[in-house]
Ligand binder design. Structure first.
Ligand SMILES: C[S@@+](CC[C@H](N)C(=O)[O-])C[C@H]1O[C@@H](n2cnc3c(N)ncnc32)[C@H](O)[C@@H]1O
Length: 448
């Protein structure tokens, strides 16, 4: 069996599993690469085909529709096989079409029967003869944007209402880009210059971040594989997530609560900013996730983090009132800012999830509120792009908690390149703004 066929069979299996079990694409992909011991070249092709097919699923289905009109019911694996073949035809122009057809037909024969392999062959050859249908046939602008950029119509309609058509379009286009790998320097152990020199010596190509001090981006190579990472000098983190550390601006010796902490990306940032002093209580609902916080803290040589399993809706029954200088609620959210990284999110989320998650976020903030010291701050953040969560929750929190006010000094704590995205006590980053994840932060201060 050729290597490339193994790659496509593996891609097919991953796509089927994601659809069947709503599993996470990144975890499945990493497991498959490890299990099959794929070479870096095959791993790259598998990633490209799997993510590409998922990212462009609605566009591909639009391309396929005229050629499947006569099919009563397609088995799921056959649809996925057609999708990944069409993805290669439309978007991976370096792969010869005869190779795409041959491998699709071979997989169809192996998995199904002769009838299915002729169907797959027939559909792909018809597409080759007739070409893909044009988007111009779609008259409604939102619907065309949804199909062209493969975002559900409800989401495009919602974003257009919240951000206008042009910003939504830029966001949908940006969401189709490959995510950048960025990393934060462990500033209490080393410096950006030292890290860049060490990584160069290991053969990695990196550049300083354009927007965040003490951050770098990978140009070539997966930084997780570096000794610099293993030794705890860097943490892989999206640039917009790093802004939470700036918003909190923890000082040495402070006592901080991180109410939704796993896997500890932001907890450890706080720990580093405090130069391993003070105390950070890091909570999460799930025991297996607490382990991740501890592992990260250990790798980064931080001993100021205490990770515990707890439902943060109960924090006010566990800790004394006004016992923390600062509290972070990096809340569970709809995740619509990380579609670039996890394309399955855009198909699995429903509008009802947004309402439910906004309620949970408000509840978590309300339970944490009593624990903030007078004059202390409460930071609320999400990796989503939605104003019913985010600004909507921030408003409801302030409306129902007169002991807090909107902390407009947030802008002073943000890196200079981010200040134009700050409005009052909030910062809203859309994916196209920094080529990062979409992100939201609001900062509330307790009256003295
Ligand atoms: C956005 S993630 C946190 C990411 C983390 N702050 C970081 O930077 O690595 C939200 C986390 O909240 C946790 N969570 C959800 N509901 C919770 C609750 N009621 N109490 C504590 N943790 C909760 C989830 O398990 C998840 O790990």
């Amino acid at each position: 069996m050729t290597k490339h066929k193994r790659v496509r069979e593996a891609a097919l299996e991953i796509l089927e599993t994601i659809e069947r079990e709503q599993a996470y694409s990144n975890l499945l992909l990493n497991n498959t690469i490890e299990k099959n011991e794929f070479s870096p070249v095959d791993a790259a092709l598998l990633t490209e085909i799997t993510y590409g097919t998922l990212q462009k699923q609605m566009t591909i289905d639009f391309y396929l529709a005229p050629f499947l009109k006569k099919q009563k019911k397609l088995e799921n694996w056959v649809r996925q096989l057609l999708r990944l073949s069409v993805y290669q035809m439309a978007f991976l122009t370096k792969i010869p079409e005869r190779a795409i057809f041959h491998e699709a037909v071979e997989i169809a024969k192996k998995r199904g029967h002769k009838g299915i392999s002729s169907l797959v062959n027939g559909v792909l050859r018809s597409i080759q003869r007739s070409g893909f249908p044009s988007f111009n046939t779609i008259k409604d602008a939102n619907e065309r944007l949804a199909i062209e950029t493969s975002h559900p119509q409800w989401l495009v309609n919602r974003w257009v209402k919240q951000f206008g058509f042009e910003r939504t379009k830029a966001m949908c286009i940006e969401n189709l880009e490959a995510p950048q790998q960025t990393a934060r320097i462990n500033e209490w152990l080393t410096s950006k210059d030292e890290v860049m020199a060490m990584l160069a010596a290991e053969g990695f190509a990196v550049e300083a971040s354009d927007s965040i001090p003490n951050a770098i981006k990978s140009v070539k190579g997966n930084l997780v594989k570096s000794n610099v990472f293993k030794k705890g000098f860097i943490t892989i983190q999206d640039e917009s997530s790093m802004l939470v550390g700036f918003a909190l601006a923890p000082k040495e010796g402070e006592k901080i609560l991180d109410a939704c902490a796993a896997p500890g990306g932001k907890t450890t940032h706080i720990g580093e900013k405090m130069k391993n002093t003070g105390e950070i209580i890091a909570l999460d609902l799930h025991e297996h996730k607490i382990k991740l916080i501890r592992e990260n803290a250990t790798r980064l040589k931080l001993t100021n983090i205490k990770a515990e399993k707890m439902d943060s809706k109960l924090v006010d029954t566990h800790f004394p009132k006004e016992s923390f200088d600062k509290i972070l609620v990096d809340a569970p959210c709809s995740g619509l800012g990380v579609v670039k990284r996890k394309p399955d999110i855009k198909y699995s989320k429903r509008e009802a999830d947004i309402e439910r998650l906004a309620n949970i976020q408000l509840e978590l903030l309300s339970h944490a509120a009593d624990l903030v010291k007078k004059g202390g701050i409460l930071v609320y953040s999400t990796c989503t792009v939605d104003r019913h969560e985010n600004a909507g929750v921030a408003k409801k929190f302030l409306d129902s908690h007169p002991e807090f006010f909107a902390d407009d000094t947030l802008v002073e704590r943000m890196p200079v390149s981010i200040r134009s995205f700050v409005s009052g006590n909030q910062v809203e980053i859309l994916p196209q703004d920094l080529k990062s994840d979409g992100f939201f932060i609001a900062c509330f201060r307790k009256k003295v």
